[in-house]
Ligand binder design. Structure first.
Ligand code: URA
Length: 241
């Protein structure tokens, strides 16, 4: 929301009066003077005018969770436990999942209450790599890597997947890097080449790597550098907490 709107909404003053107050240098955003009435301010930022709090700012949350098998990537479900059940209640409010995993899939899941940030993380045009360790039912075919690199035709969506990188680790094991996050994408890619995924674990999203000290079923807050590794657009820069 624009800074001038926060002033006029909260104080019931006219936009003109709000602009004047902002121009006079009496308005602080996160403790810093802001004289730009058009500055974009997120709901995570604290705004004061003349020492009076106009917007408290809610805490922004960015978490990584090591998802165990059996948990749904959903915020509620009547049948299965969800990944939110693995978090303390005080952290759960308004969280959403940035890039879901299937129930049987394990590994890196990112949760946040900041939609601007998560949209960038999952924005297909940015082609942020997602790295999976894959176990297959049958040995990898000699042409699988090449076919994934060329792209796999998904008839339902009428599209070819972006070029993906496959590194074979063992006859039935590989590391696969994809650059989009389509429904059941990895399973469908292997199915298309006559194989079947029997184990799937996400190791990395962009520069955010699941570390060894976050065991299955546990979480931690993202570090500043992990947070800032997700490219932000110019407009949303000013909304970063
Ligand atoms: N692709 C899949 O098929 N499943 C996942 O959970 C993630 C990617």
């Amino acid at each position: 929301m624009k800074l001038s709107r926060i002033l006029s909404n909260e104080n019931g003053v006219s936009r003109k009066q709000a602009n004047r107050t902002i121009a006079s240098g009496m308005v602080l955003v996160d403790g810093r003077c802001c004289t730009d009435a058009a500055a974009e301010v997120s709901r995570f930022q604290r705004v004061t005018a003349n020492g009076q709090v106009l917007q408290q700012g809610i805490p922004a949350r960015y978490l990584m969770l090591n998802k165990p098998a059996g948990y749904l990537s959903a915020t509620s479900d009547t049948v299965h436990p969800t990944v939110l059940d693995l978090l303390p209640p005080e952290l759960r409010e308004r969280l959403h999942i940035a890039g879901r995993l299937d129930r049987a899939t394990t590994g890196l899941l990112i949760l946040t209450n900041d939609g601007t940030w998560s949209r960038r993380l999952t924005e297909p045009r940015l082609k942020i790599p997602k790295v999976y360790r894959v176990t297959t039912a049958y040995p990898l075919g000699p042409d699988t890597a090449e076919r994934f690199a060329r792209g796999i035709w998904f008839a339902y969506e009428q599209l070819t997947t972006s070029p993906a990188t496959l590194e074979q680790l063992a006859p039935c094991e590989a590391r696969l890097t994809i650059f989009e996050g389509r429904y059941h994408q990895v399973k469908r890619m292997f199915h298309a080449v006559g194989n079947r995924v029997t184990g799937l674990h996400r190791e990395r999203v962009g520069d955010i790597v699941l570390p060894d000290d976050v065991p299955p079923g546990t979480y931690r807050h993202l570090s500043d550098s992990e947070l800032r590794s997700v490219p932000q657009s110019r407009a949303s820069d000013s909304t970063m907490p």
